[in-house]
Design a protein around this ligand. Structure first.
Ligand code: SF4
Length: 353
């Protein structure tokens, strides 16, 4: 058997030895494997390797997968599997486990260049002259934080790693639905350094802390800073949606309260409290359960305004698709602003888990 993980995933490191050891030591005979879209093309090879090494039958989950919150332990149970091997995300400790067979999470560490990261860190330190920083990143780069922290300590920079909260496994880890690692930062932390790509997490960090956030791309070492104008632009877009929801409520529109059925996204009690708050203000709402949330599904049910209690990123990432379909999708916190329960200046990302 070829156990060279570099040959399975060109861009990621996955601990294949631990996967095989887990299946063998627990005497699993039938397992399902699940991974996010970027790793799907390697799943057949992975299944072949696991079968050869363990003699267990392997079925691939071909459905899309967006996070650990979206594991298919229940689907695997329905098919009579012994366990689910979920690759690419870290476990969410507070996630509900009922109805699922055992799920084993194996994160995928993105292959990055430590020399490029060091160059980026030097540039940030030179630009900011900061001596006390907080490091934050996502699951794909979390294993790098030890080396990054050691490098900064060598430069006599104090490093703060916050968290983890209820949804993360490691200090310094952030999710699109939880910025716990940036909560309660000591006052002396001067800047936040986010290791990763994309704007969503850095914007969330800037909004929730009000501190300077620097982004370091761990593939290239390039650095940039979150500009407050970007945060303002995001807030303006969200406020436009809140205003639209408010207008529709004033005109008597019913509200769809979306409950996600994915195991780590289900927030029925939050939907219930939204229902009560809407009722108290004289608005009618209906709870709607969905697995994969799509604008046309909401529109087909006749709702112009919907509050999403499932993955908080949907309202941000897919807002233009909802606009095109004539659906205003807002978060629970945004509904409270629309109902005048919360003032505008207390806007925050949705992290109510
Ligand atoms: S941001 Fe969304 S997809 Fe990612 S872990 Fe949170 S709920 Fe799941």
């Amino acid at each position: 058997m070829n156990m060279d993980q570099n040959e399975i995933f060109p861009s990621f490191l996955v601990d294949m030895g631990s996967i095989v050891e887990t299946i063998s030591s627990k005497s699993y005979h039938r397992i399902m494997v699940q991974a996010p879209e970027g790793m799907k093309m390697y799943m057949t090879l992975l299944a072949d390797i696991i079968e050869e090494a363990t003699n267990a039958e392997v079925i691939i989950d071909g459905e899309p997968c967006y996070g650990a919150c979206d594991h298919s332990g229940e689907r695997a149970k329905m098919l009579g599997m012994d366990a689910l091997i979920h690759i690419g995300h870290t476990d969410i400790p507070s996630m509900k486990r009922e109805g699922s067979i055992p799920v084993h999470f194996f994160p995928a560490q993105m292959k990055t260049d430590m020399e490029a990261i060091k160059k980026g860190l030097d540039e940030i330190l030179e630009r900011t002259e900061a001596r006390r920083v907080s490091l934050l990143t996502t699951a794909q780069h979390i294993a790098r934080l030890i080396e990054i922290e050691a490098y900064l300590l060598e430069k006599e920079v104090t490093v703060h790693l916050g968290g983890p909260g209820k949804r993360e496994m490691y200090p310094g880890q952030v999710l699109g639905c939880s910025f716990s690692a940036a909560k309660d930062l000591p006052d002396e932390v001067e800047v936040l350094i986010y290791i990763g790509t994309g704007n969503f997490h850095p914007l969330g960090l800037a909004l929730s802390t009000g501190k300077e956030v620097h982004m370091l791309d761990p593939m290239t070492g390039s650095v940039s800073q979150v500009e407050m104008q970007e945060v303002d632009r995001l807030l303006r877009r969200r406020f436009a949606h809140i205003e639209k929801a408010k207008d529709a409520l004033e005109k008597g529109s019913d509200v769809g309260l979306i409950i996600g059925s994915k195991p780590g996204q289900e927030r029925s009690s939050l939907a219930e409290s939204m229902m009560e708050e809407l009722g108290k203000k004289g608005h009618k709402a209906r709870k709607i359960v969905m697995d994969h949330i799509e604008p046309m599904k909401i529109r087909a049910l006749g709702y112009e305004v919907a509050v999403n209690t499932a993955c908080p990123r949907i309202a941000f990432d897919d807002s233009s698709r909802y606009d095109l379909e004539g659906v205003t999708l807002i978060t629970p916190a945004e509904l409270r602003i629309a109902l005048d329960i919360l003032p505008w200046d207390q806007y925050s990302f949705d992290e109510e888990w």
